[in-house]
Design a protein around this ligand. Sequence first.
Ligand SMILES: [Zn+2]
Length: 488
Amino acid sequence: MHRLLHIFKFRLFRIVFIVLIITGGVLFYQYRQNSDDPTCRDCNLILISVDTLRPDHMGVYGYDKNTTPNIDKWAKNATVFTNMRTVVPATLPSFVALMTGKNSFETKIYNNYGIVINGKSIDGGKPIDSNIQTLGEILKINGYTTAAFLTNLALDPKLTNIGKGFSQFEFLKEDPYAEKLDKSLYTNFIRRSIPWLEQNKNKKFFLWVHLIGPHAPYSPPIDIACNFEPSSCSEISRRGMKSLEMERKSLESCQKNEIDQEKLNLFQAIYDGEIVLDDRLFGEISRKINSLGLHKKTIVIFYGDHGEGFDHNYYFIHSHVLYDSAIKIPLIATFPDGNRWTNDKLIDNTEIFPSLLEVLGLNNNSDQQNIFSKKTPINKPEAKYIISTNVNLSKYSIQDSNYKYIYSIKGKACLNNGKSDELYDLLKDPEELNNIMFQNPDEAKILKNQLFAYLQKYKLPEALDNNYNATEKGEQKIIIEKLKSMGY
Ligand SMILES: [Zn+2]
């Protein structure tokens, strides 16, 4: 009897011991998966960016078509940002903000600089100043092997300086869509990043790969485009991609009349096909990251530079528009220790740079908000504005977590229903369909004053002086002082 009791006690002890070990393991795993404040000193950094990719056309952001299965699967263990904006909805200014942490008003880079004729940029952009340090430069100084594989003429390293700090900079200068139906030039170029990973897996590295798929012209393989809009499939097959692309190009502008919904669906289906192709390339790279075991010592950032206009009176363009269709961007990040959560805070793309440096242990300025941390910063005011402009400085927007105000310069910007002032309630009307400027003039006035006060120090917009009377200028002065005291 005594012996039986002894055996029972021993077994009970063993069971309790095992249960405790398992429970402890699970808790530790969960802790690591939900690290509040990720740090990853000496980790590798991989940035994979996709051009012109609207977050609302990705599964991870709720799209009902299966455009991004590889990204969605990878994002299950990621920090997903749902409220990101770019300071300018164009390629170069967006990447300059990402790579320098400075907005376009500071760098004076509002536009692309990819096409130069007779020594002049037809876009009106400029290269990054030599005295502005980029992420690539900082990481290289800190012992990183740096490499970039980029597409998009707007990122030509010789013209833009975006290649600063990259020891190896591979750039697909040719238009990858010259042969519209043959994507092999483009896909083979992107795939060159995979052997690079194999060759450099034992080094501390920063790799940037930029995919241009969803940027116009839209020309995915027909079978992929057919996947998403069965009703469009016969039209796509009948007319062929080249003819459709010519029609889309002819509609690409600020339109006086809306394009009918059926046509819009057709072109969105083709746009989605481009996303699928880039998602497959992403899948190839992410599988290689895992098979090489790099995910255990690498931060992977997925970034979209800007969106695309399928709404309002803008179609198939982005750089002139400040609706969320153009300025809202995807950002997703994975860390070796996991950091699986959704960050819904209003953030712009200048905030990625200091946050990454902090996670990598290369930024000691603790006053700045680390967007990858769940911890609330101690010295940061709750009220926050995101200010954006377009490539020809004809539109300016300011938004807080509830409202967005857009100011357009008459005679310079394409106006929506002839209005130069627009106010949207982003919570009730996320598609920005109902301009409530006249229903809520007080809110509009507050935002407009904040916007103009901020822009005044950059002497923008050009029409600033003509749009304010003496009383309003007095109000501005007070706000400028307030903003200065807040550190803006
Ligand atoms: Zn772009």
